[in-house]
Structures are given as structure tokens and as C-alpha cells.
Design a protein around this ligand. Structure first.
Ligand code: IPE
Ligand code: IPE
Ligand code: MG
Ligand code: MG
Ligand code: MG
Length: 301
């Protein structure tokens, strides 16, 4: 008799499947046009294909699955947020920002190509996200597509990721733990929150379910960035596939810099418990989201 998947098996099988699906879809949408723009497409492919945990697409899939949304629609929404995420990574690594030379175990785009190409590859991925969401293949209802587009624009822009990146570059502005929470909610939490809520939007889910997912996403977003900051302080570069030990040097404000690694880790675990509380209304159906939250704080990459 078929046994229900254990949360750990469920997570690794789901991660493997989403990585393969997202790579396949990126390969199709980023086919080089066969003219002088090929360099741009090769740079986008270098950044986007064959790496990364694909955590945001997995979150879209997991939340969409709660409501029986077709996998194809969830994958398209997941592909869109992954494009925004990769855009943010390309720009985050530029010399004018974090000045990094390694990403996902490969040279960063400005190292493998050049800075102008990296800026344009980020721009083009940003635009591609909205092209994907605006296509009726993503959802047949205009209102659903408009909601996804508007909310992703908010999550990626000044009220979300880009705003958080600005605060991150001005550590003096951040100050105390509340300042760090605000910074991380914008920088990382906004795109994670969109991913979690996208499944509910695709399903036209009822407000109470959306509120539960919002609560889960807020806790997860914060826990996820604490784990990233802990990785920077204590992780292995070979496993993370990016340069580490840079935040302290750059004077970045984080839970780790303010509380120290032990209290920061305890905070991350507490947030995972809170995330689990928000999933209670979904019962066993929430086990993949629960497993994702646990993975987000114990990961080594
Ligand atoms: C790294 O994100 C940047 C942050 C927002 C902390 P991920 O850890 O999700 O990076 P990939 O997609 O797996 O490379
Ligand atoms: C970047 O945060 C978050 C983004 C919006 C890209 P970090 O600068 O800490 O991400 P890593 O450590 O370079 O992946
Ligand atoms: Mg940064
Ligand atoms: Mg960085
Ligand atoms: Mg980091």
C-alpha cells in the first residue's frame, strides 16, 4: 500500500521536481534569438538556469496545492517570481552593491560577461516576470492576473525588495532590531510573501485562508533572511556557492550583528514555530509548507 510521504521525502521530492520544471521553462523562454542580442540571453541563462534552491517557485506550488490550483498555473507564477529573484541577485552582486564574484557556484554575471550586460540581464528578467504573469496562460481571469501583477510590482519595488536593498546599503539608517525587521521584511520578506500568497490569489481563496498564509509568509521571510545572515557568518562557501563573511566587513545590520549568532538562530527557530501556528487551519495539507519553513532555517546553502 502507498504510504503518505514523510515531510522530509516530500520536501526533497518536491524540490527536485520544481528545479527540473523551472529549468525546463527557463530554457524555453530564454531561447537566444539568434542575432546580436544573443549575449544578453546567454547572460540571463547563465544567471537563471541550473542553480538556486527555487524556494520561491516551490512556495507558490505548495500554497497553490492547498486549493487544487493546476500545477501549470502555479509553475508559471513561480517562474515569474524566480525571474524577479534572479534579477535581484544579479544586481545585488554588482560592484556598486555587494561587489561579489561568485553566485550559485559560478562567476557572477558581471564577471562572466561585463557590468553593462549584467544590468541589462537583470532588467530583462524583471520585465519577463510581468510578461509571464500577464499572459492568459497563467490564469484565464483578467482580475486574477492583474492582482498577481500589481502585488508582485509592490513586492519588487520601493515598498518591497528594492526599498529594502536601499536600506541595506545605508546601515546607519537601520539601528535596532525593529529596524532590521523592517529592512528584512522589505528586502527578502516581500518576494517570499508574494510567493506564499500567489497560490491563494490563483485560487481566489477566501480571506481567512489568505490571512493565514500571510502570517506564515511573514514569519518565514524573516526566518529565511536570518538563516542567510547566519550562513554569511558561519557557513561554508563551497556549499553556499557564494562568498561569505562579507556582511560584518561591510557593516551590514542584521539579527546576527545585533544579537549574536546563538540568539539569532533561536529567533529563527521561534519564527518557524510561529509559521507552523499559522498553518493550523490547513491541517495535514500544510505539511509541505511546514517542511519548507523548517528547511529554510537549517539549510547550509
Ligand atoms: C539569496 O536567496 C538572497 C536572499 C534573498 C537572502 P536564496 O538563498 O533563495 O538564493 P538561491 O535562489 O537559492 O540562489
Ligand atoms: C540580498 O541579500 C537580497 C536580495 C534582494 C538580492 P544579500 O546581499 O544578503 O544576499 P546574498 O547573501 O548576496 O545572497
Ligand atoms: Mg545585498
Ligand atoms: Mg549580497
Ligand atoms: Mg547574505
Amino acid at each position: 500500500m502507498l504510504q503518505p510521504a514523510e515531510p522530509e521525502n516530500l520536501l526533497s521530492a518536491s524540490l527536485q521536481r520544481i528545479c527540473a520544471d523551472i529549468d525546463r521553462m527557463l530554457d524555453a523562454v530564454l531561447a537566444p534569438p539568434g542575432d546580436a542580442r544573443d549575449r544578453l540571453f546567454h547572460a540571463m541563462r547563465h544567471a537563471a538556469i541550473g542553480g538556486g534552491k527555487r524556494l520561491r517557485p516551490l512556495l507558490v506550488h505548495a500554497s497553490a496545492d492547498l486549493f487544487g490550483v493546476p500545477r501549470f498555473q502555479a509553475l508559471r507564477a513561480g517562474l515569474a517570481v524566480e525571474c524577479i529573484h534572479v534579477h535581484s541577485l544579479i544586481h545585488d552582486d554588482l560592484p556598486c552593491m555587494d561587489d561579489d564574484d561568485l553566485r550559485r557556484g559560478k562567476p557572477t554575471v558581471h564577471k562572466a560577461f561585463d557590468e553593462a550586460t549584467a544590468v541589462l540581464a537583470g532588467d530583462a528578467l524583471h520585465a519577463l516576470a510581468f510578461e509571464i504573469l500577464g499572459d492568459p496562460l497563467t490564469h484565464p481571469e483578467d482580475a486574477v492576473r492583474c492582482e498577481l501583477i500589481r502585488d508582485l510590482a509592490v513586492a519588487a519595488g520601493g515598498a518591497g525588495m528594492a526599498g529594502g536593498q536601499m536600506l541595506d546599503l545605508l546601515p546607519g539608517e537601520v539601528g535596532d532590531v525593529n529596524g532590521v525587521i523592517r529592512l528584512q521584511r522589505l528586502k527578502t520578506g516581500a518576494l517570499i510573501g508574494w510567493s506564499v500568497e500567489a497560490g491563494a490569489a490563483l485560487a481566489n481563496a477566501r480571506p481567512s485562508d489568505r490571512m493565514s498564509l500571510r502570517g506564515y509568509g511573514q514569519c518565514l521571510g524573516l526566518a529565511f533572511q536570518i538563516a542567510d545572515d547566519l550562513l554569511d557568518a558561519n557557513g561554508s562557501e563551497a556549499k553556499a556557492g557564494k562568498r561569505l563573511r562579507k556582511d560584518a566587513e561591510a557593516g551590514k545590520a542584521s539579527f546576527v550583528s545585533l544579537l549574536g549568532p546563538d540568539r539569532a538562530r533561536a529567533q529563527a527557530h521561534m519564527l518557524v514555530d510561529q509559521a507552523a501556528d499559522h498553518l493550523r487551519p490547513f491541517g495535514r495539507d500544510g505539511s509541505l509548507l511546514q517542511a519548507i519553513a523548517e528547511f529554510a532555517v537549517v539549510r547550509d546553502h
